[in-house]
Design a protein around this ligand. Structure first.
Ligand code: ATP
Ligand code: MG
Length: 556
């Protein structure tokens, strides 16, 4: 398996369409766009869209724009605008030219609305929201024409101008396209294309109190940017009629190779919420520490957790692009990062639940330095030095006073091998009043140093350890999935499906070299899992490691 930018990506129906369009000469180049609404952080579902749009641009030597679809000023925020750019770049992509905003086109959009009015194809409607709903009809019954549908053009122009000047209240009226109240596609029943909002906009300030609707804005923005293939998710399938209708009726967009919309299925992932609204809810209610909480399915959360851009791109390649709705197993995402880290993550030792071991025949006050491979199968990653001395820590779960032969760790009276070091034998232990082991007294065999010494011993177990005087204290954040239900989106409330044990914090020690572990870089803590230093809370004085992923898939 290759992790980084496979030269030839798996084909899909969209790439086939592009191949045909290039072959037939309909298009001579490919221009896509990624159009997030800046009302939340990007999540793994967006990564699918990003990898598709930017991946196509890259592979076809085309271009991909980053365009903020910013027509809902109340819900949008500059923090989101910034995080989205950061996440796209982190995933390894660069947009063509400047960042674009739909709001860049507000003047033009306004002009195009006026053009539709002039053509008798749009009108100002004063039905209130309840009446509008009633007039719209249902999937089974056609709608009724609004009484404002036949207002003369000149009057509509004047009313729309009054809307723009702020002379009507929010909700008092709206500009609607005049299409077909009997259309089987609800989106064609005279959809609203402009509404009144007295809201400050993060890009245009207080210039506008009327804002264009998404369906009107998106197709025109695509056309203005000369997008060749406008890729979106399946819920916009019906809206393609409206997308085409708007462009069909505007003089500027009559070129035969004009932008076309193609739909693909959204990514749904087990045990994961993918709606920004619901993710925002988790943040606002402080059920997680923020958008970048390592349990969140956001790009920022995955990054903080220790996922790499290559592992996320690999995941997007593996899930593919189709028109079928489906639910992807979380194990697939885990496998992508696990395979990468297994091959490339440096190894290190960390003891999560430390108990002290005193090696009584090791000279007091002495330390030696043992060389250990950074990676067992990759010599190019070099060696590191591990301190070894009379006192070490091992994990409390790696010692028992008595155990059967299936327990291949340290047992009183028996031997175990210390990873990269010696064979030790447990002689006796101390316990507190509750019976917890507080110290283990051992002897070691000086002739057994090394990985596979020909010492002829039948020592089955190997355990990890950290030398006590050089050990660095560390906090370990052990993450589990955020939800206990495979389909949390179907639950009535998130509260009933929240995993109460999605974060468990333990305090232990790590080998000294990890004091310099860069944030977000995952290590394999031998026998424990893959961990990375937290990019917000970890410092040399207070090390904090996040569990990226377990060594094995315990759910397979
Ligand atoms: P959400 O429902 O999470 O709020 P959205 O579709 O409203 O998502 P946008 O910011 O509008 O979010 O999405 C930007 C682009 O990302 C769109 O083209 C959208 O189709 C795509 N996208 C969003 N969610 C997914 C997903 N789960 N799988 C694939 N593409 C997605
Ligand atoms: Mg959207």
């Amino acid at each position: 398996m290759s992790h980084v930018d496979t030269e030839v990506r798996p084909s899909n129906f969209i790439r086939n369409i592009i191949d045909e369009d290039l072959q037939s000469g309909k298009h001579t180049s490919v221009h896509t766009r990624f159009p997030p609404e800046p009302n939340g952080y990007l999540h793994i579902g967006h990564a699918k869209s990003i990898c598709l749009n930017f991946g196509i641009a890259k592979d076809y030597q085309g271009q991909c724009n980053l365009r903020f679809d910013d027509t809902n000023p109340e819900k949008e925020d500059m923090d989101y605008v910034n995080s989205i750019q950061e996440d796209v770049r982190w995933l390894g992509f660069q947009w063509s030219g400047e960042v674009r905003y739909s709001s860049n086109y507000f003047d033009q959009l306004h002009q195009y609305a006026v053009e539709l009015i002039n053509k008798g194809l749009a009108y100002v409607c004063f039905l209130n929201s309840e009446q509008t709903r009633e007039y719209r009809g249902t999937l089974k019954a056609p709608g009724k024409n609004s009484p404002y549908r036949d207002t003369p053009v000149a009057e509509n122009l004047a009313l729309f101008e009054k809307m723009r000047k702020g002379e009507f209240k929010e909700g008092e009226c709206a500009l609607r396209a005049k299409i077909d109240m009997a259309s089987p596609f609800m989106c064609m029943r005279d959809p609203v294309i402009y509404r009144i909002r007295f809201a400050h906009h993060h890009q245009t300030g207080d210039k506008w109190c009327i804002y264009p609707m998404y369906d009107f804005t998106h197709c025109i923005s695509d056309a203005l940017e000369n997008i060749s293939h406008s890729l979106c998710t399946l819920e916009f399938q019906d809206n393609r009629r409206l997308y085409d209708w708007v462009l069909d009726h505007l003089d500027d967009f009559q070129a035969p190779n004009r932008t076309r919309q193609y739909e693909f299925s959204r990514l749904n992932l087990e045990y994961t919420l993918m709606s920004k609204r619901k993710l925002n809810d988790l943040v606002v209610r402080k059920l997680v520490s923020g958008w970048d909480d390592p349990r969140m399915p956001t790009i920022a959360g995955l990054r903080r957790r220790g996922y790499t851009p290559a592992s996320i791109r690999e995941f997007c390649d593996r899930i593919g692009v189709t028109k079928q709705d489906n639910m992807i197993e979380v194990g697939m995402l885990d496998a992508c990062i696990r395979e990468e880290l297994n091959a490339h993550a440096p190894r290190a030792m960390a003891v999560l639940r430390p108990v002290k071991v005193v090696i009584e025949n090791y000279p007091e006050g002495e330390l030696e330095y043992i060389k250990a491979a950074v990676h067992p199968n990759d010599e190019s990653m070099g060696v590191r030095e591990l301190a070894f001395g009379r006192e070490i820590f091992i994990d409390a779960e790696d010692f028992k006073e008595e155990a059967n032969k299936h327990y291949k760790r340290l047992v009183q009276g028996k031997e175990v091998r210390l990873r990269n070091a010696y064979v030790i034998k447990a002689e006796r232990c101390d316990k507190d009043s509750e019976g917890n082991v507080t110290a283990i007294y051992c002897s070691y065999d000086p002739d057994t140093l090394g990985k596979n010494p020909a010492d002829g011993r039948k020592v089955k177990g190997v355990i990890h350890w950290v030398e006590a005087t050089s050990a660095k204290p560390a906090e370990f954040r052990l993450y589990d999935r955020l939800f206990i239900d495979a389909n949390p989106a179907a639950a009535e409330t998130v509260d009933e499906v929240l995993n109460p044990n999605s974060l468990v914090v333990v305090r232990g020690v790590v080998e000294a070299g990890l004091v310099n572990a860069p944030a977000e870089k995952a290590y394999q803590f031998e026998r424990e899992g893959y961990f990375c230093a937290d990019n917000k809370d970890s410092s040399a004085e207070h090390l904090v490691f996040n569990l990226t992923v377990a060594l094995r898939d315990s759910f397979a």
